[in-house]
Design a protein around this ligand. Structure first.
Ligand SMILES: Nc1ncnc2c1ncn2[C@@H]1O[C@H](COP(=O)(O)OP(=O)(O)OP(=O)(O)O)[C@@H](O)[C@H]1O
Length: 449
């Protein structure tokens, strides 16, 4: 299926050139020359990607990005920028843009960024044959992806392979930035629905008052502000997969609406009398313990069971340290390509700091740290001075585990002395050694009293 792109660019000639290039590459392109025009298109139709200029006559790409996050959270936003705007573009990434591309660029560069952002199933890797010569059931490598070599990664990938081709609803649990959306897309790509849409919705970003219109759409005039008909996420994902990210953040009322739609497999846009049949696979994700929310009564148990026909836990990066440098290499390559650089790797200090750091933001944090470092590096290897302070500080203060006999013996003696109020004879008795041995050990470990 062709990907729908909304291109927002005020330079008419440049927009026309990009449009014809993208259309030749099987994308369907709608063009807007102002932010206002872009917003209208976004309210009317669903787009997989918005490509917007950072500077527009009536608004900025950042404002459009924010509008998009609010009104069409499943849509990916790519920012085009002039060389001098790179800092703002980095800011755009922090706000959720998938990437930025600096002007002037060759159309082929744009294509590469788009392919990384919205991989197509046709790019699936060559089939792997089993020993019997049959095609192995495997992940279709639409997206550049790191499988990992750690035991936890192997288990996790095994589960993806098993559940992918089924039609089961999957609940993905994992800390923020561990790759829940990537896992959901992987499951979709392995399913019969892979040529149908995959629509990702950040449930945490939808205000509860407009959630019904977001999910089910609305018709023009049904409430103040409904200036056009709007297609909801359910309809946009019809035939394919709807990915509900941060599902635990849905209000109780929205949970009821969602459950009803899932049970009846029909939706009714806000303000409409017509019911529309939909056929969807739901994959949801959460970074909280939903069973706890169920026990506390904030998440409906019936909805929980509906969503959780199969659950997958994605390990945090600190639980898959064996994979750390595979991901590092991968994100380094990505950053090199995006920023037109050729940084070869990390120097020894950075490697050590990376190993010691706990990576609370997981893969996303690693990716951002590397992209920033690549941007700031002009030497062949990334050095410690372009690594954020928190990474270095935590790595420096990480407690060193010391199981040496000497350290433990010294600690034991100190504890006994404290217990004996620094009376050496008493301490020796507590340690079950002679006073002479204790004196020798005090000398050996430089303990002064
Ligand atoms: N297996 C993987 N191989 C390569 N890159 C990955 C992989 N998994 C995740 N990533 C990258 O890591 C980043 C975080 O992934 P993703 O957005 O899927 O995490 P998430 O758990 O859904 O985050 P959040 O909890 O904030 O919604 C993304 O940039 C994604 O492309």
């Amino acid at each position: 299926m062709s990907e729908q792109i909304l291109l927002i660019e005020d330079d008419v000639a440049f927009a026309a050139m990009l449009t014809s290039f993208l259309e030749r590459n099987q994308y369907v392109v709608t063009v807007a020359h102002t932010g206002e025009d872009g917003r209208k298109h976004l309210s009317k139709s669903a787009f997989a990607i918005v490509i917007t200029d950072l500077k527009l006559p009536d608004t900025t790409g950042i404002e459009l990005l924010e509008f998009c996050k609010e009104t069409a959270p499943g849509t990916k936003v790519l920012i085009m920028t002039g060389y001098a705007d790179v800092t703002t573009a980095v800011d755009a990434i922090k706000k959720g843009a998938i990437d930025y591309i600096s002007k002037p660029f060759r159309p082929e560069e744009l294509l590469m960024v788009l392919k990384t952002a919205t991989p197509k199933v046709e790019e699936a890797s060559e089939q792997v044959l089993t020993q019997e010569g049959k095609p192995a059931q495997q992940r279709k490598l639409g997206a550049p992806y790191v499988n990992g070599i750690s035991e936890v990664s192997k288990k996790f990938n095994e589960y993806l392979q098993l559940v992918g081709p089924t039609n089961m609803c999957v609940l993905i649990q994992g800390e923020s930035g561990t790759g829940k959306e990537v896992a959901a897309k992987t499951i979709h790509d392995m399913s019969q629905r892979s040529d149908k849409p995959f629509v990702a919705v950040d449930c945490g970003a939808i205000p509860k008052e407009i959630a019904a219109s977001e999910f089910f759409g609305h018709i023009k005039g049904s409430f103040t502000g409904a200036v056009n008909n709007k297609i909801g996420h359910f309809q946009a994902a019809d035939g394919g997969t709807l990915f509900l990210d941060e599902v635990g953040n849905l209000s109780y009322e929205n949970q009821i609406q969602l459950l009803r739609a899932l049970q009846e497999r029909r939706i009714k846009p806000v303000g409409s009398n017509n019911e529309i049949e939909v056929d969807l696979r739901i994959i949801s994700a959460t970074n909280e313990d939903l069973t706890k929310a169920v026990a506390e009564g904030t998440f409906r148990e019936d909805l929980y069971h509906r969503l959780n026909e199969f659950s997958i836990h994605i390990p945090a990066l600190k639980e898959r340290k064996e994979d750390l440098f595979l991901f590092t290499e991968f994100f380094l390559d990505q950053a090199n390509t995006a920023l037109g650089k050729n940084i070869k790797g990390l120097d020894k200090h950075v490697e050590t700091a990376f190993k010691k750091y706990s990576w609370p933001g997981n893969l996303r944090e690693l990716k951002n740290v590397l992209k920033r470092a690549v941007l700031l590096t002009n030497t062949p290897k990334i050095s410690i001075d372009v690594i954020p302070r928190e990474v270095i500080i935590e790595a420096e203060t990480a407690p060193k585990k010391d199981f040496s006999r000497e350290t433990n013996e010294k600690q034991l003696i100190l504890n006994a002395l404290k217990e004996a109020d620094y009376n050496k004879a008493k301490a020796a008795r507590l340690l079950n050694i002679t006073r002479k041995t204790l004196y020798n050990k005090l000398n050996l470990y430089d303990i002064e009293l």
